[in-house]
Design a protein around this ligand. Structure first.
Ligand code: SAM
Length: 235
């Protein structure tokens, strides 16, 4: 997968590829990520890309021509263009799984008051990362890129992300590591028993419990089997 992020603040985004899993994913070519400066597509003096809003009002608006030219240059038939916007559909794990199949994604970052409305007509989807307003789309682009990158083959183990919260529809079970006992707090005995059937049962119960207590909405429509229903009755 290749992701192109178009922004007026590339330096905000680049550090995310200098550490940890994202750094390795890029170095090993498991994903290609390009951070593109919108100003490279400016049609005005001094690489200007914003102006005051027609009709008056506070703040600056990012102009249509630089986005038009950037998309004209970067987009091909396979490209999926995403515009970050508080009015977009809220991004979630299900959407990340669907987008995982795309060969090429372009993410557009707004800033200030937003982006000239004519850009909205050129995109495949408007995407929000939650019901709040950020100063710019850079954090949203980073969130989406991170969620997609970890699903690419070889970035993390498939077993690992398939167990993660939301992936199969439930929240994940709790984790523990050494030491076994600290300040009177101990790890559940079952996890050291070596009995994998019992460990799996405990994890399923805990996953259902976390979901029931913290995100009961996720259980609506979730395909519970007989054993799950029995476990839920125990909670
Ligand atoms: N005036 C806009 C409104 O009220 O809908 C808000 C513009 S916001 C200050 C500037 C840019 O930040 C947006 O164009 C978008 O790219 C990004 N942004 C802000 N909140 C976001 C969110 N919740 N999800 C995704 N992008 C967001």
């Amino acid at each position: 997968m290749r992701i192109d992020i178009i922004t007026i603040f590339p330096e905000m985004i680049k550090p995310m590829f200098n550490e940890s899993i994202m750094k390795r994913a890029v170095l090993q070519n498991l994903i290609e990520i390009n951070v593109i400066d919108l100003r490279d597509y400016s049609v005005l003096k001094h690489n200007k890309v914003d102006d005051t809003p027609y009709g008056g009002g506070a703040g600056m608006v990012l102009q249509f021509p630089p986005f038009y030219l950037a998309l004209k240059n970067l987009r091909n038939e396979q490209t999926h263009v995403m515009l970050t916007s508080p009015r977009g559909k809220t991004f979630n794990q299900q959407r990340a799984i669907e987008l995982q199949q795309k060969q090429h994604i372009i993410i557009l970052c707004g800033h200030y008051e937003g982006i000239d409305e004519r850009v909205h007509d050129m995109v495949d989807e408007e995407v929000s990362i939650g019901d709040y307003v950020l100063t710019g789309g850079e954090l949203a682009a980073m969130v989406i890129t991170d969620a997609l990158a970890r699903l690419q083959d070889g970035v993390i183990k498939k077993d690992s992300y398939e167990q993660d919260s939301f992936h199969m529809g439930l929240l994940e079970h709790p984790h523990y590591t050494k030491p076994f006992s600290y300040e009177g707090k101990e790890v559940p005995e079952v996890l050291t028993s070596g009995n994998h059937k019992e460990i799996d049962r405990w994890r399923r119960y805990q996953s259902l419990k976390q979901t029931f207590l913290k995100r009961p909405d996720l259980l609506n429509g979730f395909p519970l089997d007989k054993e799950d229903i029995k476990m839920l009755e125990e909670i």
